[in-house]
Write a protein that binds this ligand. Sequence first.
Ligand code: CMP
Length: 138
Amino acid sequence: MEKTLSLIKPDATSKQVMGKIIARFEQEGLSVVAMKMLRLSKERAAEFYAIHSHLPFFGELVSFMSSGPIIALVLQGADGVKRNREIMGATDPKKAEEGSLRKLYGTNVGENAVHGSDSLENAKKEIAFFFDLSEIYA
Ligand code: CMP
């Protein structure tokens, strides 16, 4: 069993597909063990994505991620980090696998509906960024 962090991004919350995305995680055998809706400040978005701060799209990414509400979720399941990434699909919705969340609900490479931790080590850090231990029901 692994825990991983998922974010439902502002494009997906504004398209009103958050329920569909959460239902999909559950259908695929990932359990939601923590969840909150919030809006990131520019500063907090920049902190979350600090690893990308040298990239040309960083400013755009921070503006977008602070542009509206997001849902932060902790998902738990067998091989959870990898499973979540398979369900999300490739970063660019145009290149994402048919039926993946980014193919179904993403807008473009920058506004791609969902984020998911890319390793178990990063999952631990990203979960701690959004949640206290007492908010995780597992
Ligand atoms: P995410 O999985 O949240 O991690 C970093 C994000 O940067 C990524 O999803 C995309 O939303 C964004 N991103 C990656 N490549 C580009 C790009 N070429 N232009 C704009 N945004 C990008």
